[in-house]
Design a protein around this ligand. Structure first.
Ligand code: NAD
Length: 507
């Protein structure tokens, strides 16, 4: 079954229709219509999957998707155009450029926590770049995945962009087949399996993985505002966000104030009982519920801690003085549990972060910009936001992705287009001026070799249109100045002669 779907996608790609700019635009417009026309159904599906609020789905997923479609439609002509590059003396009369071209058939494997954004954002880039794409949504967000499978063929080319359903076994089956790129979002453990399977075909991969994203709060910042922002980022989608702050690092002297501010914000956001709040989501399934509950074993929560397995409900929970080497601090929490680890100062926080795997995101709350920049310089992460959480994700001009264990390759906006394109080096020469080439042909002698070396070592010259226009303008201005100067000199010389003549006349 999977084999046939992939084979059809390959054949459809080879037909060449995905390459046409008009076709790409038409598919992107159709995807845009799908999002606007089916917003209510999409929100309902997510309500069923994780009890996500109907207001959160547009804010967290749909607006981002619409923005990226709009951007791709607006910029596609610019993105796909040949990009002239610098030339040297040997190639000065040639046409030399980089041509972005489609890779072929891309496999997009999505995760369940944001099932629309994690499949459609890569798909937008795949369409814009002229590829075919097989979309494999997560089996865990069942309602959303079923809806995606029903909707996509109604709006897009069925053969070029099919949806394949299934879990681990079906995904493994798919990965046995040959693709031109695999774009995977999910856990680091499965990411390794995906990369291993892709390596068998030498297929390049993009891995959007997870990890523990630290959040440092400096004692001198506005703790009340910092905690509001952190509370939103940590507990939205019930903590099931790859770039949610995983844990807080702060000095012991502000820990109680941090806890108090988070407690007050939670009351404001979700009321006295978050279980009754329409804005508070649920854990995706029993397996993840048990996993998160087991991470909390042995701790006495200072905020929250209540749970209800029948609803996969875990209250927003805060744990204080969590030991750095506890299990809770070894694996990604991916749930509504926020541990606080105390550090002695910013340097201690930097060491703490650097001793661990490179995170997907880093958050720094600090009113001293110089210090915040120092922390950025002395650490690494996929992305970083100062004085807020998750907001770097919202800008499609910023590449989104991990580093090290948190992933490889980034996307969003033009970055997705670039990621899913091959950048082909193109050089168009003529068969004239053969004498210029003689120096590189045998039989070689010292003089020929010297000439060939000189030509090869010649500096790169920017021959872009703008540079040429500037060169012409500069030449015209230069010549104008030269002529003006010459005229002034001639007039001056003429005046001088006249003066001498009249002086001579009167004398
Ligand atoms: P998941 O269970 O939905 O798995 C992701 C995908 O991998 C699914 O399509 C699933 O069918 C497939 N899969 C699962 N097991 C497999 C196997 N053994 N072989 C082949 N395919 C398999 O999602 P998850 O992995 O639980 O997602 C949560 C993780 O994803 C977290 O670590 C989170 O941080 C990360 N994540 C990262 C991003 C990002 O953009 N970097 C976004 C969302 C989630």
């Amino acid at each position: 079954m999977e084999r046939q779907v992939v084979q059809r996608a390959k054949e459809a790609f080879l037909s060449g229709r995905a390459r046409g700019l008009e076709f790409r635009l038409q598919q992107l417009h159709a995807l845009q219509s799908m999002i606007t026309e089916k917003e209510t159904e999409i929100c309902t599906a997510l309500k069923q999957d994780i009890n996500r609020s109907q207001y959160d789905t547009p804010l967290l997923e749909l607006i981002g998707i619409e923005n990226e479609i709009k951007l791709a439609i607006e910029k596609i002509a610019e993105w796909t155009a040949p990009r002239p590059v610098e030339k040297n003396l040997l190639t000065i009369s040639d046409e030399v450029y980089v041509q972005p071209e489609p890779l072929g058939v891309v496999l997009i494997i999505g995760a369940w926590n944001y099932p629309w954004a994690l499949t459609l954002l890569p798909l937008i880039g795949a369409i814009a770049a002229g590829n075919a794409a097989v979309v494999k949504p997560s089996e865990l967000s069942e309602c959303s995945s079923l809806l995606l499978r029903a909707l996509l063929p109604r709006y897009l080319d069925k053969d070029l962009y099919p949806v394949v359903m299934g879990g681990a076994a079906e995904t493994q089956e798919l990965l046995r087949l040959r693709f031109d790129h695999v774009f995977y979002t999910g856990s680091s453990a499965v990411g390794k399996l995906v990369m291993e399977a892709a390596a068998r075909h030498l297929t390049p991969v993009t891995l959007e993985l997870g990890g523990k994203s630290p959040c440092y709060i400096d004692k001198d910042c506005d703790i009340r505002v910092a905690c509001r922002r952190i509370t939103w980022g940590k507990f939205v989608n019930c903590g099931q966000t790859c770039i949610a702050p995983d844990y807080i690092l702060c000095e012991p002297c502000i820990q109680s104030r941090v806890i108090e501010c988070i407690r007050r914000t939670l009351l404001e956001f979700y009321g006295a009982d978050p279980k009754c709040s329409a804005d508070y989501s649920r854990i995706i399934n029993q397996r993840h519920f048990t996993r998160i509950m087991s991470l909390m074993e042995g701790y006495t929560p200072v905020v929250g801690g209540q749970s209800d397995p029948s609803q996969c409900y875990i209250a927003p929970t805060v744990l204080k003085d969590v030991p750095p080497h506890s299990r809770l601090m070894q694996e990604e929490i991916f749930g509504p549990v926020l541990p606080i680890v105390t550090v002695s100062d910013m340097d201690d926080a930097i060491n703490f972060i650097n001793e661990r795997e490179k995170p997907l995101a880093l958050y720094i709350f600090c009113s001293n910009k110089k210090e915040a920049k120092r922390m950025i310089e002395e650490t690494t992460s996929g992305g970083v936001t100062v004085n807020d959480v998750m907001m770097h994700y919202s800008l499609s001009s910023l590449p989104f992705g991990g580093v090290g264990q948190s992933g490889m390759g980034s996307y969003h906006g033009k970055h997705t287009f670039e990621r899913l394109s091959h950048h082909r080096a193109c050089m168009l020469r003529s068969l004239n001026m053969e004498s210029v080439n003689l120096a590189r042909y045998p039989p070689q002698d010292r003089r020929r070799a010297r000439r060939a070396k000189m030509a090869l070592r010649s500096p790169l010259i920017d021959m872009s249109k703008r540079t040429l226009i500037w060169a012409v303008v500069a030449t015209i201005i230069g010549m104008g100045l030269f002529v003006t100067l010459l005229v002034i000199l001639l007039i001056a010389a003429g005046l001088n002669c006249t003066c001498w003549y009249w002086r001579g006349f009167y004398n």
